[in-house]
Design a protein around this ligand. Structure first.
Ligand code: GLU
Length: 419
C-alpha cells in the first residue's frame, strides 16, 4: 500500500524539475521513458536436469552524453518499471557528475539464494547470450548492482568475448582486479556516500566525531560507507540487515560499533544477528532513533510515509537508489530533514566505473588513491554546483540535483538537435 512505483517516483521529480526550468513539455516527455527497454527470457538447465526460464531486462534510457551505463541486479522483486526507473536515475547520476555516459540498467527476476554456483553462472552467461548484440564498450556498459559482483561480471564478460570475438575488457566494469578491474571500484560507492555525509554534517554544524549514524543494509555499499565514516571519526550506532533465518533485524550499540569487527564478522557469518555487544531493536525503533544521520543502503521504497513520520535524524544520505519515495520526501522536507539524493550520494560507484573503463581503453593503470581521489573530487564539484542551484531556486537537495542534471541533459539534447 505504501510502496510507490519507482518509475512514477522518478517521473514525478523529473516533471517538477522540467517545470522549474520552464522547459517545453517535450523535454519531459522524452526523458520520462527510456529510449529502449529489452525484455528477455533466459533458459537455464538447473542442477536437477530440468529447465527453468528466468525473465530479464536491459533498459537504455538516453545516450546523448555517451554510451549507456549502469548495473545489473539479480533480485526477486525486479520488474520492468523498476529497471526503467533505475536507468533514468543512471542518466541523471552520470549527468550530475559530468561522466560521458548515459543511463542504462538491467535485471533478472531471481532469488539468488535458491541457485547453486553452477546455476548462477549459467544464468549470468545466459543473460549475455540474450543481450550481447545490445551491449558493448561504446554502446552499453553494464556493471554490478544488487546481488551481483565481480565474479558475475567475469562470467558475463567472458561470455561476451566468446560470442563477439571482441576481446575488450571495457564492456563491463566492476570486474575483479585480475581481470581488468580497477583499484578502488569496490569501495567507491561507500567512499562517496561517506564523503557526502561528511560534507553535509559540516553544513549542519555537526562535528563528525560527535555524530551518531544509523545504516540500513550492510552489503557492499552499506559496509563500505560504515568503514569510511568510521575512518573519518563517525559513530555507527545501528545497522539494520536481513537474513533468511531472522528476516529483517537491527543491531544497536549506544556507544557505537567497532565497524572493522562488524565487517569481519559479517564476511565470516553472512549475518550480524549475533554480533557481540549489540542489542536487538525493532525496525520501528530503528527509524525512530535519535541519530544525526540515517543512511539507507538497501532497495527502493525503504522509506515510505510511515517511516518518514518516525524519523528523527537530521540528515538522510541515500546510499541506495530510490530509497525514499516522493510521498516520504514531502514529509521529510516539512520536517526540515536534509536529504542527499541517490543521484549524487551514491554516484561514487559509477564514477569509479568510468575510471575503470578509461584504464581498460587506454591501457594506463591508476592506483587506488588516483581513483578514489578522482571520485571525491568529482562528487565535491557536483555537490557544490548543486548547492548553488539549491540556493538559487530555494528547493530541496533532491530537486536541485535533478534540475542540475536535467539542465545539462537538455543543453546536449539541444546541441544535437534531438529536441
Ligand atoms: N550499480 C551502480 C549504480 O547504481 C553502479 C553502476 C555502474 O558502475 O555502472 O550506480
Amino acid at each position: 500500500m505504501n510502496s510507490v512505483n519507482p518509475l512514477e517516483n522518478v517521473q514525478m521529480i523529473l516533471k517538477k524539475s522540467c517545470e522549474v526550468l520552464d522547459l517545453d513539455e517535450s523535454v519531459y516527455n522524452l526523458l520520462k521513458e527510456p529510449e529502449r527497454t529489452i525484455e528477455i527470457n533466459i533458459p537455464v538447465k538447473m542442477d536437477n536436469g530440468k529447465f527453468r526460464i528466468f525473465k530479464g531486462y536491459r533498459s537504455q534510457h538516453c545516450d546523448v552524453m555517451g554510451p549507456y551505463k549502469g548495473g545489473i541486479r539479480f533480485h526477486q522483486s525486479v520488474n520492468g518499471d523498476e529497471v526503467k526507473a533505475l536507468s533514468i536515475w543512471m542518466s541523471l547520476k552520470c549527468s550530475a557528475t559530468h561522466l560521458p555516459f548515459g543511463g542504462g540498467k538491467g535485471g533478472i527476476i531471481v532469488d539468488v539464494n535458491e541457485l547453486s554456483e553452477n546455476e548462477l553462472e549459467k544464468l549470468s552467461r545466459g543473460y549475455v547470450k540474450e543481450l550481447y548484440k545490445y551491449i558493448g564498450d561504446r554502446f552499453d556498459i553494464p556493471a554490478p548492482d544488487v546481488n551481483t559482483n565481480e565474479k558475475i561480471m567475469a562470467w558475463m564478460l567472458d561470455e561476451y568475448i566468446k560470442l563477439t570475438g571482441n576481446n575488450t575488457l571495457a564492456t563491463f566494469t566492476g570486474k575483479a582486479l585480475g581481470f581488468g578491474g580497477s583499484f578502488g571500484r569496490k569501495e567507491a560507492t561507500g567512499v562517496g556516500v561517506a564523503v557526502m555525509t561528511r560534507e553535509s554534517l559540516i553544513k549542519l554544524g555537526i562535528n563528525i566525531r560527535d555524530s551518531k549514524i544509523a545504516i540500513q543494509g550492510f552489503g557492499n555499499v552499506g559496509s563500505n560507507t560504515a568503514k569510511h565514516l568510521a575512518r573519518m571519526g563517525g559513530n555507527i550506532l545501528a545497522v539494520s540487515e536481513f537474513d533468511n533465518e531472522h528476516g529483517v533485524y537491527t543491531i544497536y550499540n549506544e556507544n557505537g560499533f567497532n565497524v572493522f569487527e562488524l565487517i569481519d564478522y559479517f564476511s565470516k557469518n553472512h549475518t550480524l544477528y549475533d554480533f557481540k555487544g549489540s542489542k536487538h531493536i525493532s525496525i520501528d525503533q530503528f527509524y525512530s532513533l535519535d541519530v544525526d544521520v540515517l543512511i539507507p543502503c538497501a532497495l527502493e521504497n525503504s522509506i515510505t510515509e510511515e517511516e518518514a513520520q518516525k524519523i528523527r535524524a537530521k540528515l538522510i544520505v541515500e546510499g541506495a537508489n530510490g530509497p525514499v519515495n516522493y510521498l516520504a520526501d514531502r514529509i521529510l522536507s516539512q520536517k526540515n530533514i536534509e536529504v542527499i539524493p541517490d543521484i549524487l550520494a551514491n554516484s561514487g560507484g559509477v564514477i569509479a566505473s568510468y575510471y575503470e573503463w578509461v584504464q581498460n581503453i587506454s591501457g594506463i593503470d591508476m592506483t587506488e588513491d588516483d581513483v578514489l581521489n578522482k571520485v571525491e573530487y568529482k562528487m565535491l564539484l557536483a555537490y557544490n554546483e548543486i548547492m548553488k542551484i539549491k540556493d538559487k531556486y530555494d528547493v530541496t537537495m533532491r530537486l536541485a540535483s535533478y534540475i542540475y542534471s536535467v539542465l545539462r541533459l537538455y543543453k546536449i539534447l539541444k546541441l544535437r538537435s534531438r529536441i
